[in-house]
Design a protein around this ligand. Structure first.
Ligand code: AMP
Length: 403
């Protein structure tokens, strides 16, 4: 069966060794099919594809992103959704780094691909993978508009004082060193949902958003525009994450190089892959961390305490930056599913009007909801993020305006 999918958008999120994808309706958010190709470049690569309530799995060697995307298209066809004939309206690509160049969803042509590729020095793991996904999708669906949606775009207009690192200005200028911020699609989507949910004009809301997944970031948003965010030149800065350190004394790097003979790849690996919750406790998954804490594991407890301590530091900073906050929102895997993190992050702050209602916080509810008491000055919310939907909507919008 091949159905008409006239107004659907295919969203592609290419990582260094994976491709996640969704085919969805940008209006309703209804997902026709979704899946992931993983372990690209390895012999035991494969695909998991979900459509019409059924899961198709296949393991086989996948040489590169092109082969991965080919497999995705073949799997769509085999499961009754032939993408090349079905009139997909647009393809939306998540692109991690837009640098100073891209600050809105952008229709892709050769020069855009080249510019994204040129930004690879700023995101060496991500942008090349994004380019590979884009090039393959353009070959497979040559007549469909392809749109790049940048993770950095929402933060493009950060105030100078927030985006500037206090290093030699000439060095910074020569190498594009500034705070770019990431998870922008999520922060923009979630803060927009909050305004809608509260029935308030976004222009009159001060918000703090915590995107707490494997990667984690916080943002301070005034009148719908971010005034600061925790990630920086790269997604390493800021909060404690699954495997990333977040903020640290940069002197640690010189110390490791001088005293422990680290080279730059070892430093990179330590801070990006072997730090954060994993570095402190051995596990990067929050559910496993919770299990260890419940068994009395002291390292896991400390990892959790460091995680919360960092969260509260950003909360305090943003509270002051904003001069008061109307809404604090938690999103992504940990933010949506971990009531203890939400309660501990905001504990003891009633004098600032910040309170969490224990019953509302503990409720197992997957929808956007308020978890502060009705009379609290600051509204605390849990809002599921949906980056795919935000990308699909942006891609659809660009495709329609470029008609
Ligand atoms: P994300 O990057 O948004 O997919 O989030 C991944 C993180 O969310 C991992 O640390 C997971 O352990 C965590 N997570 C997912 N589901 C739950 C859950 N039910 N309870 C606690 N943490 C969760």
């Amino acid at each position: 069966m091949t159905e008409a999918v006239d107004d659907l958008v295919l969203v592609i999120n290419s990582g260094s060794s994976s491709i996640k994808y969704q085919l969805l309706d940008p209006d309703s958010g209804t997902v026709t099919a979704a899946g992931m190709v993983d372990r690209i470049g390895e012999d035991n690569a494969g695909i998991e594809h979900k459509a019409d309530g059924e899961t198709t799995e296949r393991r086989e060697a996948i040489a590169d992103h092109r082969a991965g995307l080919r497999l995705i298209f073949d799997t769509f066809a085999e499961t009754g959704h032939d993408l090349s004939n079905a009139g997909v309206r647009a393809v939306g690509h998540r692109v991690v780094h837009g640098g100073e160049v891209f600050y809105r969803p952008t229709l892709i042509d050769d020069s855009v691909v080249e510019a994204i590729s040129d930004l690879s020095a700023l995101a060496p793991l991500h942008n090349p993978a994004n380019v590979a996904g884009i090039e393959s999708a353009r070959q497979l669906l040559p007549d469909v508009p392809q749109v790049a949606v940048f993770d950095t775009a929402f933060f493009h207009g950060l105030p100078d004082a927030a985006k500037t690192y206090a290093i030699d200005a000439k060095v910074a200028a020569a190498h594009g060193i500034r705070k770019y911020g990431f998870h922008g699609t999520s922060h923009e989507y979630v803060s927009g949902q909050v305004a809608e949910l509260l029935g308030r004009d976004p222009a009159r809301l001060n918000q703090i958003v915590f995107h707490l997944g494997n990667g984690a970031s916080a943002s301070a948003i005034r009148g719908g525009r971010p005034i600061d965010t925790s990630m920086g030149l790269t997604p390493l800065e800021g909060l404690v994450m699954g495997t990333r350190s977040g903020d640290l004394d940069p002197g640690i790097i010189a110390h490791l190089v001088r005293s422990a003979d680290y080279d730059i790849d070892q430093v990179d690996r330590l801070l990006n892959r072997d730090s954060g919750l994993k570095g402190l406790s051995g596990v990067n998954d929050f559910r496993e961390l919770r299990g260890l804490i419940d068994k009395g594991d002291a390292a896991a407890r400390l990892a959790y305490d460091v995680y919360i301590h960092r969260l509260r530091r950003y909360l305090g900073a943003y509270l002051i930056d904003l001069g008061g906050v109307d809404a604090i929102t938690f999103t992504a895997g940990v933010g949506e599913n971990s009531p203890d993190v939400r309660a501990d992050a905001l504990a003891g702050l009633s004098r600032f009007g910040i309170e969490v209602d224990p019953a509302a916080n503990a409720a197992k509810d997957r929808t956007a909801r308020r978890i502060s008491p009705p009379d609290a000055k600051v509204v605390v919310l849990v809002v599921p993020t949906n980056e795919e939907l935000a990308i699909a909507r942006a891609a659809h919008r660009v495709a329609e305006t470029e008609k």
